[in-house]
Design a binder for this molecule. Structure first.
Ligand code: DX5
Ligand code: ZN
Length: 262
């Protein structure tokens, strides 16, 4: 879970980070917008630098800026843990430098693609050392937009293409992720979920995070069950995992099966 702090009430970033940390999220998503690459401005590296002491959680910086090559050192200096730049905003040569600088600083490099952008072929040689690919499911610029359903089959295809070319990192879903879209993007291959409005859109952040986590857990357990069935160990699997499966039994439609286990 990587909550995006630009969502919800205006600014108050420190508070939002602390609240998300209390709910046990894994990352903090920082949407950097320069008002040029996207038609909106949020904050830049100086703000990230100020926010750095607020938490020990990794900072997942998503740079929606023109010419990220000109600013990469500022984000490295601000001690981001993941730095993702847009494929539309750099050339192969620039990305090579960005990736190299991130890796040299111990930072995970990432690349983001807009809903209408394909994985650039020039990226293939860089995939084995790339940690994150953000597949945007809205046009970047604002929190609270509607998920674009066409990005789902795209994510499936992108995942396959990336794996075939040596990508070993995580696909990150970003844009309109909520309790209804999280499961489909999980199934499409995403394992990091950015949630802006779904986390900060109402005052009950606690329930929001629990709900999203529950959805992810159901999807994981469903896949593990399917896998155990394929391997011919479903009964043993369910027995060994009974206590974990109980909270998800009704959504997995396995209540009777689970009750029958001694
Ligand atoms: C879109 C940003 C997203 C967005 C997430 O430009 O990159 O991270 O703010 O917010 P929601 O989850 O509300 O779409
Ligand atoms: Zn983002």
């Amino acid at each position: 879970m990587s909550p995006s702090i630009i969502a919800g009430e205006k600014e108050n970033y420190e508070d939002k980070i602390k609240k998300a940390e209390r709910e046990g999220v894994e990352l903090i998503h920082l949407d950097v917008m320069d008002g040029r690459f996207v038609p909106n401005s949020t904050f830049l590296a100086d703000t990230i630098k100020k926010l750095r002491p607020v938490t020990t959680l990794p900072f997942d910086a998503h740079l929606m800026i023109e010419k990220p090559i000109d600013h990469i050192d500022e984000y490295i200096d601000a001690r981001c843990d993941i730095i993702t730049v847009h494929a539309e905003a750099c050339t192969e040569k620039e990305f090579a430098v960005i990736q190299e600088r991130c890796l040299a600083a111990g930072i995970s490099p990432g690349i983001a693609i807009n809903p209408k952008t394909d994985v650039p072929k020039w990226l293939y040689p860089y995939l084995p050392d790339l940690d994150i690919v953000i597949v945007m499911s809205v046009n970047p610029g604002f929190a609270g937009q509607k998920f674009i359903p066409e990005t789902l089959p795209k994510m499936v295809a992108v995942n396959k293409e990336l794996r075939e070319h040596g990508f070993k990192g995580y696909i990150e879903a970003d844009g309109g992720i909520d309790a209804t879209t999280l499961q489909p993007v999980y199934d499409a291959g995403a394992r990091i979920f950015v949630a802006g409005s779904a986390v900060y859109g109402n005052s009950d952040i606690h329930s929001a995070v629990i709900h999203l986590r529950h959805k992810a857990a159901v999807t994981l357990e469903k896949r593990l069950l399917e896998h155990s069935t394929k391997l011919g160990i479903r009964a043993d699997w369910m027995k060994a995992r009974k206590n974990i499966l109980i909270p998800y039994a009704s959504e997995l439609a396995i209540e009777e099966e689970l009750n029958a286990i001694k």
